[in-house]
Design a protein around this ligand. Structure first.
Ligand code: FE2
Ligand code: FE2
Length: 178
């Protein structure tokens, strides 16, 4: 897993800031998703939905006709819907992530109480990919949810599309700070 300290810090600021989610934007997201994806979408916190909409709109500017790539942008963080949206919890879990392996985090998902919550948050990309597979999402959408924090050399997704999605994600974090 690769998550820069800068990326994590900016996402934290975005979570704390609790940007307002406009109904028109949420409706736009719904129009891009299947009914089962909308069920997952509505479980995400409003700050996570706000972030994902911003990423998807950045992608749409570059690839207006690539609906699957726009869906991938909207749903890349969907695994967070299974974890606490509390900013303090996320900081706590992120600090722990610097001291434990990904394998241990996976094992914690099967434990109880706090360990389970931390494991679910730290493994949210793979959790999200599984949710999307169950929802019948496009294989590209599932793959990007799982791989969006991987090093590029470990991507199975098309690199050109992956780079656009990754840049849109990073750009959104910067903008949210301004
Ligand atoms: Fe992410
Ligand atoms: Fe993201």
């Amino acid at each position: 897993m690769r998550r820069s300290a800068l990326h994590l810090s900016l996402r934290f600021l975005e979570t704390v800031r609790k940007p307002k989610l406009h109904e028109v934007d949420d409706s736009w997201a719904h129009s891009k998703l299947s009914p089962s994806e909308i069920d997952l979408w509505t479980n995400m916190s409003s700050s996570d939905r706000h972030h994902c909409i911003s990423v998807a709109k950045n992608v749409e500017k570059i690839l207006p006709n690539e609906q699957v790539v726009i869906q991938a942008a909207l749903l890349h963080d969907i695994g967070k819907s299974e974890a606490s949206s509390s900013a303090l919890f996320r900081v706590f879990a992120t600090i722990i992530s610097f001291f434990i392996s990904q394998k241990l985090a996976h094992n914690w998902m099967n434990s109880r109480a706090l360990g389970r919550q931390v494991g679910q948050y730290l493994c949210y990309p793979s959790v999200g990919a599984e949710l999307l597979k169950l929802a019948g999402s496009d294989p590209f959408v599932c793959a990007w949810a799982n791989e969006h924090h991987f090093e590029q050399r470990n991507w199975t997704v098309d690199r050109y599309l992956g780079r656009i999605l990754e840049a849109a994600d990073e750009q959104t974090n910067w903008k949210s700070r301004l």
